[in-house]
Design a protein around this ligand. Structure first.
Ligand SMILES: Nc1nc2c(ncn2[C@@H]2O[C@H](COP(=O)(O)OP(=O)(O)O)[C@@H](O)[C@H]2O)c(=O)[nH]1
Ligand SMILES: [Mg+2]
Length: 279
């Protein structure tokens, strides 16, 4: 179950981020708006200490807008600076950078006097696939900084100026996902934050079918023509497989392919805007 992440990898990631933290005034943490708790990393708190943090609920275009608003309220009450974003289109990036700059200003510069004149510094962190690179690319493009790897050139740490007094590390801090809780594991797997090679797609698709049922997500049934009285996730999976022409040579449902199709459709938003975790 991907437990090979623990504990060595986690310790290493936390250690690296803590190293970088010496340079950093404010952290931008990217979360997936469809599962904002599952895609958060509790170990980050440890690595960050008292650094101010800006939360970005990314992929909001794929999440239920009402749920996103509810999450914004919850995080706002927890006094976090928080914003929703669609980093594929660039929405929310400017706002996130504005919040980071404001947070850094209010705390003041970190570190010794020789650094006092420099810009505030930020880094983007998050677990795999939440959109860290997309955020950085968008922020860099806005600022007009050149990005992209030049072949054959080993790059040192680079800072991109992203605001009047803010610069951002051009490489993200990657945190391993948290996998200690089955509900968290499910949400992480469904939104694509776990390596698919570690997943049993058939059981994942059945968990997703159940969850979509609980959430009353109607688009799923409409898209695949699932009869209203069909509830058993395995039967639904078979139904979708047959309907979509995922067949074995004998003509019976190829539920493995059907499962992959459902997961793919979910991740790309074809099953509607769905938030898996509600506050
Ligand atoms: N629909 C949607 N897709 C996104 C968004 N942000 C990133 N992605 C996609 O999610 C995938 C992972 O993004 P990436 O930036 O590589 O994530 P990283 O692993 O955290 O660096 C890519 O296919 C992106 O195009 C978003 O706001 N909305
Ligand atoms: Mg990346």
């Amino acid at each position: 179950m991907g437990l090979s992440w623990f504990p060595g990898h986690m310790a290493k990631a936390v250690g690296e981020i803590r190293q970088n933290m010496k340079l950093i005034d404010v952290v931008i943490e990217i979360l997936d708006a469809r599962a904002p708790r599952a895609t958060a990393n509790p170990y980050l708190d440890e690595a960050l200490g008292s650094k101010p943090r800006v939360l970005v609920l990314n992929k909001a275009d794929l999440a239920d807008p009402r749920a996103t608003q509810a999450w914004l309220n919850v995080f706002g009450e927890e006094s976090a600076a928080v914003v929703q974003a669609d980093c594929q289109k660039g929405a929310g990036v400017k706002e996130a950078i504005g919040l980071a700059e404001k947070a850094a200003r209010s705390i003041g510069r970190n570190g010794r006097s020789e650094r006092r004149r420099r810009r505030f510094r930020t880094v983007v962190v998050g677990i795999p696939n939440v959109g860290k690179s997309s955020f950085i690319n968008r922020a860099a493009r806005r600022s007009g900084a050149k990005t992209g790897d030049r072949p054959g050139v080993t790059r040192a740490k680079q800072w991109i100026v992203v605001g009047p007094s803010l610069e951002m590390l051009d490489t993200p801090g990657i945190m391993p996902p948290r996998v200690d809780d089955p509900a968290v594991w499910f949400a992480l797997a469904a939104v694509g934050c776990i390596d698919d090679n570690l997943l049993d797609m058939e059981s994942l698709s059945q968990s997703l079918i159940s969850r979509l049922g609980e959430l009353g997500a109607a688009e799923f049934r409409e898209r695949y023509g699932v009869p209203d009285d069909m509830a058993d996730p395995h039967l639904v999976l078979e139904h979708v497989s047959l309907k979509r022409g995922c067949l074995k040579s004998g003509g019976e449902a190829d539920t493995e392919r059907g499962a992959s199709l459902i997961i793919r459709d979910f991740r790309s938003g074809k099953l509607g805007r769905v938030t898996l975790e509600l506050p």
